[in-house]
Design a protein. Structure first.
Length: 428
């Protein structure tokens, strides 16, 4: 996963343009299930319009006297405000500073700034660099262009026995940021690969989407809204999933849909789990959960967007995103897919509690000693609680939360009880 992020990191992505196309090409070559979708510029999608393609070749500011260049795009592509219009003019330092953006809370970093929907321009620098700019006049150079074309995205559908769908969504529209931009799409690809390799006859249908954030999900919904509302039973928006700091969940407006329960049951036993409600929304969950759409989505992050100091800066790099962080996120969704594909609703096969000693699941000697074999007792309690709550009505995520065990523990016990023919499972 880190190798993929390293390859994609230098590419300049934005809402529409060659960098986003190159990025989507990579994912399509990595997995042939991904297919391209295109929306024409100026096309109306609900209350929005698809923006023009924007290309940037170079940009910088140059001190006229010393000829020294600052905020060079070729050295760090976050130096330019995304969608800046073409410029070649001389300005005083006083006026230029009005168009230079900095992050006052993280003075060593270059912030990421955009002007997608109104033609403007600007540069981004660290606060420390901006303060050192010498007095005098500067030439402002932005070699950019706008053109009609397409906003593009890619989706993949892995059909199952059922047409009920589980959907994964992430975004491709930011330039060189590892956690905020690339961790989500790369994790999406890994989840897709895991599903294909490990579930040859999957029961549910799975949908994967990589699209520009906000305008991309809006455009996708404008095309598939009615279909998705009928078919999607659970959806996950993936954002900022590559660091090792936290496990975070941003809930749906109701806070209790199937996606909410799946993520909560996977992470709530971790000491570094954080839970946010829909008032803290900020990614494409805004669109999927919007009134008149109301898909059963929630968002999973490691550190939530906007809460870590590197967010939307050039310090969001591979010092922040690690293989371990990515694998931790992948393990969450491996368990969730296992829960769905092994039958999400468990039902015990007995009237009254089964005789567990008969199945080598309970000791034949009854001796109360609180200090002995704690791990065995813990596993036994999980097994007994799982049996007690497997009424054929509750799903595995609800049961995990009810019996105060992580989804990982419950799935392990569920597999054992299925092997012993004590519990059977069914699909929704």
């Amino acid at each position: 996963m880190i190798k993929k992020i390293k390859y994609l990191l230098p590419i300049y992505r934005t809402l529409a343009g060659s960098g986003t196309r190159k990025t989507l090409n990579f994912f399509e070559k990595s997995n042939s299930n991904f297919k391209r979708l295109k929306f024409k510029t100026n096309q109306k999608v609900f209350d929005w319009k698809i923006p023009h393609e924007w290309e940037i070749k170079d940009s910088y500011i140059q001190h006229l006297k010393t000829k020294k260049k600052y905020a060079e795009f070729k050295k760090d592509n976050l130096h330019i405000v995304s969608y800046s219009k073409k410029m070649n003019k001389v300005m005083s330092l006083y006026n230029l500073k009005k168009k230079i953006y900095t992050n006052s809370n993280y003075k060593k970093s270059v912030p990421y700034v955009t002007s997608y929907y109104k033609k403007d321009w600007g540069f981004c620098m660290s606060e420390n660099e901006k303060k050192k700019l010498p007095k005098g006049n500067y030439r402002v150079v932005i070699k950019s262009s706008f053109k009609k074309g397409f906003m593009e995205m890619a989706h993949a559908v892995i059909k199952g026995k059922s047409n009920k769908e589980i959907m994964f969504s992430s975004y491709v529209c930011h330039p060189s940021m590892a956690n905020n931009e690339l961790s989500g799409p790369v994790l999406t690809l890994e989840i897709l690969d895991y599903l294909k390799k490990n579930f040859k006859n999957n029961y549910y249908t799975y949908r994967f989407l990589l699209a520009p954030e906000t305008i991309g999900s809006i455009a996708y919904l404008s095309k598939f809204k009615n279909y998705l509302k009928k078919k999607v039973i659970c959806g996950f928006n993936l954002s900022c999933v590559g660091d090792e700091k936290f496990y975070s969940h941003i809930s749906s407006p109701s806070g209790d849909n199937l996606s909410d329960k799946a993520i909560k049951s996977s992470i709530y036993k971790f000491k570094n789990a954080k839970f946010y409600n829909f008032l803290d929304r900020g990614s494409d969950e805004k669109q999927y959960c919007f009134p008149n759409i109301d898909l059963p989505f929630s968002t999973f992050c490691k550190s939530k967007f906007g809460t870590f100091k590197e967010y939307h800066t050039n310090k969001d790099d591979l010092n922040l995103v690690t293989q371990k962080g990515m694998e931790e996120s992948l393990s969450i969704f491996k368990s969730i897919i296992q829960a769905f594909e092994n039958g999400i609703i468990p039902e015990n096969r007995f009237v009254c509690e089964p005789f567990l000693s008969k199945y080598n699941l309970y000791p034949t000697i009854s001796f109360y000693n609180p200090g002995s074999n704690k791990e065995f007792k813990k596993n036994l309690k999980t097994i007994r609680d799982l049996i007690a709550f497997s009424d054929g009505k509750k799903n595995i995520f609800e049961i995990a939360l009810r019996i105060d065990k992580s989804l990982f523990e419950v799935i392990k016990s569920l597999k054992l009880l299925k092997e012993k023919k004590i519990i059977r499972t069914k699909f929704i």
